[in-house]
Design a protein around this ligand. Structure first.
Ligand code: AMP
Ligand code: MG
Length: 502
């Protein structure tokens, strides 16, 4: 980022920062850092040792090491369909970038480390509740094989942070926390949007060139269509990401363009959730309960809408509207290809079959089937066995005779598809288990880890990390973490749906 123009000011005051990609700003120290979560797997990959007291100070934002140049990035975004102007890292700070031999360059970012010029009216802090959710879920997504930013540490600050969880006029103090997150880059669609909106075309071009140089080095900078090809690449990455979210039943909850990664990573874990009773219209985000803009089934279309905003932002570099439309069709084609391939794999079939999949989704909805448990049960089903008996334990309500009849008809179709493929049965089912996870971070599980950690007990968090590290394995003794959402969790805040308060 140091290659790009920065903000000449170094203070924390909230301000507009025209023409700059970032503002250098130091983290604000906290009272009493304590390590609550440590991703030993990411640490191994990065060659980083478990922090001692001194390193903990760095992870809490209390110390900046020589060579670090902390900055907050400037970006804008469309929030819930409306241009919101300058947003930027209001509570995240990049400490710097470091090269891990053999793995490349990573950006290390503290989230919740205090105010920045982009904090607007907010405090620059994060609560333990939302930080634990980001820490655990981003790691779980990685182990699921979904492109994502990672998390290295979760540190409580010893300082309270006041939030109104239900947005009902009852603000209350909660424990504060800082997550150290890691990614090859945290560049977002919004970085390009803000430069374009303010007609800062040199900055726009520099951002695009930086993305090419660092993350698409195969693109030829001398090619007159290089920026079009960059858009195609972003479109493809985004398409693959959407196909993965649909594969594992993940709902991001706040797909604003400032929360869209230019690398196609899952970024900014907020009020996300996992489909429990299958419902394409479901969103975990209570703030979006009315319009349901970011509901499960709408995510691929929203990603395309967001890409269209990115295309508009890139217009000054490309100057040809038809070329932008081409990138949007790259997205549609890439999504279709990845999505149908993944659905075929989920069903253990050689090829996607629309006639089989469409009625299945209707049945899952009508049966209130738990998305994760249904597909996992299907991995254990052998043609010839009664399918409905096999999968019914994943339903949240019993099915009536009419729906049962449709299940029987679907079973005959499915069995015919399997027979037509003629794949060896054991191998077919083992391959299904590699794409249909058994363990996902259900919101109620995260909530149990949060409640324990708030009382100083990190054992639930640690157990979840260990189990979510191997989401496709049957793990004897951990069956309770692969259970349907219990009735008590249905309406409890944080356990199914939750607000944006974080
Ligand atoms: P989000 O939708 O949570 O990713 O956040 C939208 C914008 O609000 C981003 O620019 C964030 O940096 C900013 N933001 C959210 N929470 C805070 C906070 N507590 N303090 C400062 N900025 C925040
Ligand atoms: Mg965000």
């Amino acid at each position: 980022m140091a290659r790009l123009p920065g903000d000449p000011r170094r203070d924390h005051a909230t301000r507009m920062v025209p023409g700059a990609a970032y503002s250098e700003v130091a983290p604000t120290p906290v009272a009493a850092p304590s390590l609550v979560g440590w991703s030993y797997r990411l640490a191994e990959e990065l060659g980083v040792a478990r922090p001692d007291r001194e390193a903990l100070e760095v992870l809490a934002g209390n110390r900046v090491l020589p060579g670090m140049r902390p900055y907050a990035a400037r970006y804008g975004g469309h929030q819930f369909g409306t241009w919101a102007g300058q947003l930027g890292d209001g509570r995240a700070l990049t400490l710097g970038e470091a090269v891990t031999p053999g793995r490349g360059r990573f950006e290390y970012q503290l989230k919740g480390a205090g105010p920045t010029p982009y904090s607007r009216r907010a405090d620059g802090r994060a609560v333990l509740r939302s930080s634990l959710r980001e820490f655990l879920c981003s790691e779980a997504m990685h182990f699921l094989g979904v492109p994502t930013t990672r998390a290295l540490s979760l540190v409580t600050t010893g300082e309270p942070v006041v939030r109104d969880i239900l947005y009902d006029g009852h603000p209350a103090p909660e424990p504060g926390a800082v997550v150290c997150r890691v990614a090859p880059s945290f560049l977002r669609f919004g970085h390009f949007e803000i430069a374009s909106a303010h007609r800062e075309h040199a900055l726009l071009r520099d951002l695009a060139l930086l993305l090419i140089e660092d993350h698409s080095p195969e693109l030829d900078r001398g090619d007159p269509d290089v920026f079009g090809k960059l858009l195609d690449e972003i479109a493809r990455r985004t398409a693959v990401l959407m196909a993965h979210w649909m594969r594992v039943g993940f709902v991001h909850g706040v797909m604003n363009t400032d929360n869209m990664s230019a690398l196609g990573l899952t970024i900014d874990y907020g009020p996300y959730g996992w489909l429990e009773p299958f419902d394409p219209d479901w969103t975990p985000n209570t703030t979006d309960a009315q319009g349901r803009r970011y509901r499960f089934g709408h995510q691929p279309a929203v990603a395309q809408w967001n890409l269209a905003r990115l295309c508009e932002a890139m217009f000054p570099l490309i100057g040809d509207e038809a070329r932008l439309h081409e990138s949007l069709s790259v997205y549609r084609d890439a999504f279709e290809e990845a999505h149908t391939a993944m659905l075929a794999q989920k069903l253990g079939l050689a090829a996607f079959d629309e006639g089989l999949v469409d009625p299945l989704f209707g049945l899952l909805h009508a049966s209130r089937a738990d998305m994760t448990l249904f597909f996992r049960a299907l991995c254990e089903w052998r043609p010839g066995e009664p399918l409905l008996d096999h999968v019914a334990p994943s339903f949240y309500a019993p099915v009536d005779a009419e729906v049962a009849e449709v299940w029987h008809a679907w079973e005959r179709m499915y069995a015919a598809c399997i027979a037509r493929d003629g794949l060896p049965e054991a191998g077919r089912r083992a391959a299904m288990k590699r794409v249909n996870p058994k363990y996902v971070l259900r919101n109620y599980l995260a909530q149990m880890a949060i409640e324990a950690a708030t009382d100083g007990d990190t054992s639930v968090l640690e157990r979840l990390y260990r189990v979510l590290e191997r989401p496709y394995d049957d793990q004897p003794g951990e069956e309770d973490l692969a259970a349907k959402r219990p009735a008590w969790a249905e309406d409890k805040p944080g356990c199914s749906a939750l607000s944006c308060s974080s």
